[in-house]
Write a protein that binds this ligand. Structure first.
Ligand SMILES: Cc1cc2nc3c(=O)[nH]c(=O)nc-3n(C[C@H](O)[C@H](O)[C@H](O)COP(=O)(O)O)c2cc1C
Length: 316
C-alpha cells in the first residue's frame, strides 16, 4: 500500500516556507543572490553577515527584498566586531528571521522578539540548546561536526536526537545533509527541518569562484580536514596548502595570534579570487557526494522528492 507523505513540518509554519529546508549562513558565500535563490525556490535563504559592516549587510538585505517577496533571514556571527550594530539593523530592516553563530545571542533576544523576529540560534550541545529555549528562541539549528566551517564536537547522528529530546521547540539539523536520504534521516532523528550549507555552495546562484565549486565537485569523502583544534576554534575545510601549513604550525605549538595570521582573509581569497591552494575552502564531509552544479530550485526539489521516495519505501 502506498502511503502519501508530504514534507511539510512545523518549521514550514514557523518560517512561512514551502519546504523545511533552510540555507546555512556562510560568510562571503551567502549573499543576496544565493539567499534570494533559495527563498524563491521555497526554502529559507539566509544572508551571512560574517565580519561585514552594517552598511554592507543593509545593502544585501535590500537586494534580497528586491529579488524576492518570500521570507529570508540574516545570520549574525556573534564574534564579529559589528554584531551589535547588525543586531539593531535586523530590527530596522524588519528582517523576518535571524540565525546566530559563534556564541550565545541571549542579550539580543528580548529586542528581537519584541520586534517580531523569529530567532534561531545555531547550537552544538544539549546544554546550549536548553539555555536558548529558556531564553525564548523560536527554534534551533543543531549542527553536527560533519558540517563545513566552524564546528562543535558531536556528529549530527548523535546530536539531533539528544537535542530533540531535550527541548520542545523545533530542531533544524545541520551538518552532512546533501540529498534526500540525509533529509529523511534527520526527520527520523527528530528534526523538523534541515539546514544545508555545502550543497548550496555549488548552486548556480552561488557567487563563489568556479575553482571552489569544482574543488567541491571533485572532492572525495576523506578530503576535508579540521584546523584550529588547538585554539578551541575548529574549522572544517578541504585539505590544501593552507590547511597543511596551518596544521604544521599547530603541531609546532604556535600561538592563536600566529595561526590567525595564516587564515586572515583566507575565505575571501578562495571564494572571490578562486585561490583554492592558499585560501580556505570551507566545506563539509558531504562534499564527496556532490556531483554537479544545479539551481537552488533543482537542489531543493530533488532533495524533497528523494526524501519522500525513501520514506515511501516503508523503511519507517
Ligand atoms: C563556506 C562556509 C561558510 C560558513 N560560514 C558560516 C557562518 O558565517 N555562520 C554560521 O553560522 N555558519 C557558517 N557555516 C555553516 C553553515 O551555515 C551550515 O550550518 C553548514 O554548512 C551545514 O553543514 P553542511 O556543510 O554539511 O551542509 C559555513 C559553512 C560553509 C561551508
Amino acid at each position: 500500500m502506498e502511503r502519501k507523505i508530504a514534507l511539510y513540518t512545523e518549521v514550514c509554519d514557523l518560517l512561512h516556507i514551502k519546504y523545511p529546508i533552510i540555507q546555512g549562513g556562510m560568510a562571503w558565500v551567502a549573499e543576496h543572490n544565493l539567499a534570494a535563490g533559495v527563498s524563491e525556490a521555497g526554502g529559507l535563504g539566509i544572508i551571512a553577515a560574517g565580519n561585514a559592516t552594517a552598511d554592507i549587510v543593509r545593502n544585501e538585505i535590500r537586494q534580497v527584498k528586491e529579488k524576492t517577496s518570500n521570507p529570508f533571514g540574516v545570520n549574525i556571527m556573534l564574534l564579529s566586531p559589528h554584531a551589535e550594530e547588525i543586531a539593531r539593523l535586523v530590527i530596522e530592516e524588519k528582517v523576518p528571521v535571524v540565525t546566530t553563530g559563534a556564541g550565545n545571542p541571549e542579550k539580543f533576544l528580548k529586542d528581537w522578539k519584541a520586534a517580531g523576529i523569529t530567532v534561531i540560534p545555531v547550537v552544538a550541545s544539549v546544554a546550549l540548546a536548553k539555555r536558548m529555549e529558556r531564553s525564548g528562541a523560536d527554534a534551533l539549528v543543531a549542527e553536527g561536526c560533519e558540517a563545513g566551517g566552524h564546528i562543535g564536537e558531536l556528529t549530527t547522528m548523535a546530536l539531533i536526537p539528544q537535542i530533540a529530546d531535550a527541548v520542545s521547540i523545533p530542531v533544524i539539523a545541520a551538518g552532512g545533509i546533501g540529498d534526500g536520504r540525509g533529509l529523511a534521516a534527520i526527520l527520523m532523528l527528530g528534526a523538523k527541518g534541515a539546514q544545508i550549507g555545502t550543497r548550496f555552495v555549488v548552486s548556480h546562484e552561488s557567487i563563489v569562484h568556479d575553482n571552489y565549486k569544482k574543488r567541491i565537485i571533485s572532492s572525495k569523502d576523506i578530503d576535508t580536514t579540521v584546523t584550529g583544534r588547538s585554539t578551541g576554534h575548529p574549522v572544517r575545510s578541504l585539505r590544501n596548502n593552507m590547511t597543511r601549513n596551518y596544521l604544521k604550525l599547530e603541531e609546532d605549538g604556535k600561538s592563536f595570534e600566529e595561526l590567525e595570521l595564516l587564515t586572515l582573509g583566507s575565505l575571501r581569497k578562495s571564494v572571490m579570487e578562486g585561490d583554492i591552494t592558499d585560501g580556505s575552502v570551507m566545506a563539509g564531509q558531504i562534499a564527496g557526494l556532490i556531483a554537479k552544479e544545479q539551481s537552488c530550485k533543482e537542489i531543493i526539489e530533488e532533495m524533497v522528492s528523494e526524501a519522500i521516495t525513501v520514506m515511501q519505501k516503508g523503511w519507517i
